[in-house]
Design a protein around this ligand. Structure first.
Ligand code: GLA
Length: 396
């Protein structure tokens, strides 16, 4: 897709030229969005349904070929610069180093076998808050796949870019991420949520009328080091719940499809904490399917009510919320025009999402900023999104 040359893309190209010099072949710029998940919390790795929306902020990659056969990687937001001999990389990647450039390198590895055609400079940037639960890593990997597709003339379709992004994170960076993020980033459609069945990867687009509703994301500013460990613990607890319940659950292939009646009858076999995690997953699955049906009917009020219920479940049963997130959801609930709100992403910090009526944005932002500052003595970042144009190259 060709994207309009907005000032943010021009600025990124200028930054590239300032850093790497203005002479040489033309510099091209590619974009991939971030995403906000509105329903289906912690369901992707349980084989359940999720309802993300890609947003109009994301990753920019500026790219220019070089003659000397080297691949140079730099970023406007991360320290350090890496330079490799491209042909050597294509023969086999070095072990992941823990640096930010593992993500683009992993994509290169996932797209191999490739034939080196000269070298290239890749310069990363963007306007997506990092670590806020808006899927900055899938945005980087998909944007990289789109840029490399053009450089190497691969003719990839979107699904191939999604697969490369997944393989890069799982197989090279070493993060056992779910499938939601690259799917949401890759398959976005403006004015729609993606409904993705994470068990069989089938999906549909359901409209959220952008002339009537806005999606807000409010960032607590809290980033927790422990969140990766806590996330992995939730993944393990869900796996344990499924292992213990599966013998009683007929042909259920994952925790999301275990009937609630089975949990109620056999739940005593589970550690009480594990049983709470299972209840969240099973109830959130039903809630997300009901929310999808509501949205298909255009009933955004019922969709919003499901978001509030999801937050309560994440707070009490899944225990991934923190007081800062709870306060933001309470403030959203009290703000006129807000239909629903919940934490988004993994939790333990990051952001809440809210769906509100167009025209109520300013009042919402005021109330949330004031209420949060009264308690925590700093203002949260508030952003409004109406959906992403999708992935593609910027037409200058
Ligand atoms: C993180 C993961 C996603 C998903 C969410 C919870 O954002 O990257 O794959 O599991 O948490 O819904």
């Amino acid at each position: 897709m060709r994207l309009q040359a907005a000032p943010r893309f021009r600025d990124h190209r200028e930054d590239f030229l300032a850093r790497f010099g203005a002479s040489g072949p033309a510099c091209r710029v590619f974009f991939a969005p971030g995403r906000v998940n509105l329903m289906g919390a912690h369901l992707d790795y349980n084989g359940g349904p999720v309802m993300p929306m890609a947003i109009d902020r994301g990753t920019f990659v500026a790219m220019r070929p070089r003659r000397d056969g080297r691949l140079r990687l730099a970023s406007s937001s991360e320290d350090g610069e890496a330079s490799f001999e491209l042909e050597g990389l294509l023969a086999g990647l070095p072990p992941a180093s823990g640096a930010w450039w593992d993500y683009p390198l992993g994509v290169l590895g996932a797209l191999a076998p490739l034939r080196a055609t000269g070298g290239l400079d890749l310069f990363f940037g963007g306007d997506l808050p990092v670590g806020a639960g808006l899927s900055s890593s899938a945005s980087v990997t998909i944007a990289t796949a789109v840029a490399l597709d053009v450089h190497f003339g691969l003719g990839l379709d979107v699904q191939a870019a999604v697969d490369a992004a997944l393989l890069a994170e799982r197989g090279y960076v070493g993060v056992n991420c779910g499938i939601m993020d690259p799917y949401a980033v890759g398959h976005a459609r403006p004015g729609h949520l993606l409904v993705l069945d994470c068990a069989n990867r089938s999906s549909e687009h359901v409209a959220l009328d952008a002339s009537k509703y806005t999606v807000a994301v409010v960032d607590t500013g809290v980033r927790r080091e422990l969140s990766r460990g806590e996330f992995n613990l939730r993944v393990e607890q869900c796996a344990e719940a499924f292992r213990l319940l599966a013998p009683f659950a007929g042909d259920a292939a994952n925790l999301s499809s275990v009937p609630l009646a089975v949990l109620e009858a056999e739940g005593a076999r589970l550690d009480p904490v594990v049983a709470r995690r299972a209840r969240h997953v099973i109830e959130e699955t039903a809630r997300t399917l009901a929310a999808r049906d509501a949205l298909r009917r255009g009933d955004v009020a019922q969709f919003g009510a499901a978001m509030f219920a999801a937050h309560e479940s994440l707070r009490i049963l899944f225990e991934v919320s923190i007081p800062e997130l709870d306060l933001l959801v309470e403030l959203a609930a009290a703000s006129p025009g807000v239909l629903g709100s919940r934490l988004t992403g993994a939790g333990f910090g990051g952001c809440v999402a809210a769906v509100l009526e167009v025209g109520t944005e300013a009042a919402f932002a005021d109330e949330v900023r004031r209420g949060y500052a009264a308690q925590y003595h700093r203002e949260p970042q508030v952003a409004f999104y109406r959906g992403s144009p999708g992935i593609g190259e910027v037409a200058f």
